[in-house]
Design a protein around this ligand. Structure first.
Ligand SMILES: [Zn+2]
Length: 115
């Protein structure tokens, strides 16, 4: 279940946490960031320090569902088992073992009923 978020509150609390560490005080804000959601809207005046901190936080964010990229098809939807639903490739140690076994079987002479 997804925990409800109030984006305006999150931004306000972020700015409050970061602003005390701004080495420069008494200068006008460098950016306005506006948020409008179903819960309301707000506009924030951000100092250069807070804006840079917000950008670094956004750059550092990685989605919890991000499990890398499929080496076979480039898909980005690997599941919890590192299985690619787009092409069927299984990643991770088990996937590598299975892939090696499949290559070895494919290289072997074809098997069939004895004549
Ligand atoms: Zn794939």
């Amino acid at each position: 279940m997804t925990v409800p978020l109030d984006p305006a509150t999150v931004i306000a609390e972020f700015a409050e946490r970061v602003a005390p560490y701004d080495p420069v005080t008494g200068v006008p804000p460098v950016a306005l960031v506006g948020v409008r959601t179903a819960t309301g809207e707000a506009v924030f005046q951000l100092s250069d320090h807070v804006l840079r901190a917000m950008c670094r936080a956004l750059e550092a964010y990685r989605d919890p569902q991000d499990r890398g990229t499929c080496v076979q098809c480039g898909g980005r939807r690997l599941d919890d088992n590192l299985h690619c639903p787009d092409c069927g490739r299984l990643h991770g140690i088990l996937g590598e073992v299975i892939a090696r076994h499949a290559r070895r079987v494919a290289e072997e002479a074809p098997h069939g009923p004895a004549a």
